[in-house]
Design a protein around this ligand. Structure first.
Ligand code: ZN
Ligand code: ZN
Length: 553
């Protein structure tokens, strides 16, 4: 018993080293290790005395450029990788900071830098800042806050310098009407019919009615019609009944998310598994059976997209920790991720707009059970609130994958119109075969008279953004989230229908030029939304709107 527990802990910590398991490790230490707690929370009296002394001595007079330069240096420093090394590094920096604090104002900057270094390896920085606030002399604490804000700001601002990659011919910019609203802008001229860029999704799912039917590839969503049965792969046991168009797709699906969520093979690189996979089989089997039953019963795309997103984060983070980064299907794991070295999948997700998401009862518990059974500690990587936000982000940003003009065999939705799942699909959600999260295309705003259209001309989930009309460099690129063609209905009826779809799916009242032009002056039916109800996360809002003081406390 004791030995298997040790394997669990060491394996989960060693491999995830990044945020997830590391946070668990620290939590554990904080709760259980008296000495650790004692050292972390210092003797309050002594610190108060110090604080008073420093306050008297001076208000900090450190130049902002000096701080910037020091920060730039810290960024190039290597951070220890194993939890044990990190802990040691953390404790050393904190105690260095404390010693420097006692040596007067001249040492405030070096002291703050030591505290800042400690912050970099601490799994929950906000919490540590709160501890600092109580224990570190105010002038030094102020410096730490300034550094944190500069760093967050640089990260947020720097993000859109490298994303999207220049080769995609587009950039993400703030809308002239609203700084917090990001839009996609052309970086060169395009003619009608030009392919602006191609993009792979970071996660994709088949529509629920197609999953397990063997008609489309469960990974790349390609139609299996006409593909030789020798080429397709039907795994002997797959809870969702997945079928793949090729062994390449099977392998990608497995390492990106399928095995963690629905399989029993090791989730760790072989050299780190240490027998974990065998020990966890029974628990994983039970947890996965429950979760699969839920996914099937739910019959919606968002719960599965969310689960795949979480699993993919784990896969990418654990792959980073493999020595030399050559082992375990590096290429397959990183497929479709943009600038994965500099920014994590979470960085991409964090910036996306979202609408309020709802998780089903026990959904978080079921997903966490699946994760924790595979790698103890992982169950703490999602809580209900985060899970709901992921839901809201995927519901808001996912784009429908469809071929040609779309299919017409999708069963009519049974949910009330306001509860139906809608994905950004110019031919209508009812004609898509699946959906995916495309990190760049997520920034394309809706217009009922769009300048571009996502098409899937490669026959799989690869999105090609095609210009509908000439687009000049510097102009915003738009697409239709819903079917905006009029078919045989009158323009007034068509206008009402598409505006209802938009309000229900994306919680906004369309104000595009076409909607304005087609306005009849009659009182409009109530769409159920008065303003744009989509939002961005607090941390993004604060930094983007320039409120960079005391943002964390
Ligand atoms: Zn495929
Ligand atoms: Zn409109």
């Amino acid at each position: 018993m004791a030995s298997s527990r040790t394997i669990f802990t060491v394996a989960s910590i060693t491999v995830l080293g990044g945020l997830l398991a590391y946070a668990v490790y620290f939590d554990y230490k904080r709760r259980n290790d008296v000495e650790f707690r004692r050292r972390l929370k210092k003797d309050k009296k002594r610190v108060d005395k110090q604080a008073a002394a420093s306050n008297q001595a001076s208000q900090s007079s450190v130049d902002i450029e000096e701080i910037r330069a020091a920060l730039a240096k810290i960024k190039d420093e290597e951070v220890p990788t194993t939890p044990e090394q990190r802990e040691l590094f953390f404790m050393t920096q904190v105690s260095t900071g404390e010693q420097l604090c006692t040596q007067g104002p001249m040492f405030h900057l070096p002291a703050a830098l030591a505290f800042y270094r400690a912050l970099r390896v601490y799994p929950s920085p906000v919490e540590l800042l709160q501890i600092y606030q109580k224990t570190v002399p105010p002038p030094v604490f102020q410096l730490v806050i300034t550094m944190t804000n500069l760093d967050v700001k640089a990260r947020v601002e720097g993000y859109f310098d490298t994303f999207p990659p220049k080769s995609m011919n587009v950039s993400v910019q703030s809308s002239p009407k609203d700084q917090l609203r990001k839009i996609l802008v052309a970086e060169k001229d395009f003619e009608e019919g030009d392919v602006i860029y191609k993009e792979l999704p970071v996660i994709a799912v088949l529509d629920a009615d197609l999953e397990g039917q063997g008609k489309y590839c469960s990974h790349c969503l390609r139609s299996l019609e006409g593909i030789d049965a020798d080429t397709t792969v039907t795994p002997a046991s797959d809870r969702l009944g997945s079928v793949y168009c090729s062994s390449a797709c099977h392998e990608k699906a497995k390492v990106q998310s399928q095995n963690l969520l629905f399989g029993l093979e090791s989730v760790l690189p072989p050299e780190l598994d240490n027998g974990l996979a065998n020990l966890t089989k029974g628990d994983r089997d039970g947890a996965q059976a429950k979760f699969t039953e839920f996914i099937k019963k739910e019959g919606r795309s968002v719960p599965l997209l969310t689960a795949r997103f979480v699993a993919r984060q784990v896969a990418i983070e654990s792959a980073k920790l493999v020595p030399g980064r050559t082992a375990v299907n590096q290429v397959e794991i990183l497929e479709g991720t943009v600038n994965a070295d500099e920014y994590s999948l979470y960085d991409h997700m964090e910036r996306l707009r979202f609408v309020d998401g709802k998780v089903a009862e026990d959904e978080t518990k079921m997903l966490c059970a699946v994760l924790g059974a595979a790698l103890p500690g992982l169950e703490q990587s999602v809580n209900e609130e985060r899970h709901a936000t992921y839901h809201g982000k995927l519901a808001y940003n996912a784009i429908g994958v469809y071929f040609g003009n779309g299919r017409d065999d999708k069963p009519a939705p049974t949910a009330r119109p306001e509860d139906q799942e809608r994905m950004r699909t110019p031919v209508g959600t009812s004609r898509q075969v699946g959906s995916g999260l495309f990190p760049v295309s997520a920034y394309i705003a809706h217009s009922c008279d769009p300048s571009a259209k996502p098409v899937f001309s490669s026959g799989n989930y690869e999105l090609s953004l095609v210009a509908n009309k000439p687009i000049k460099k510097g102009e915003q690129i738009t697409m239709a989230y819903v079917d905006v063609s009029q078919h045989d209905i009158e323009s007034e009826e068509a206008r009402r229908r598409r505006r209802f779809e938009l309000a229900r799916g994306w919680r906004f009242k369309c104000t595009c030029d076409r909607c304005e032009a087609e306005e009849t002056g009659d009182t409009e039916v109530d769409l159920g939304v008065d303003k744009d109800e989509s939002k961005v996360e607090d941390v993004v809002r604060r930094v983007e709107s320039g409120q960079d003081h005391e943002t964390f406390l």
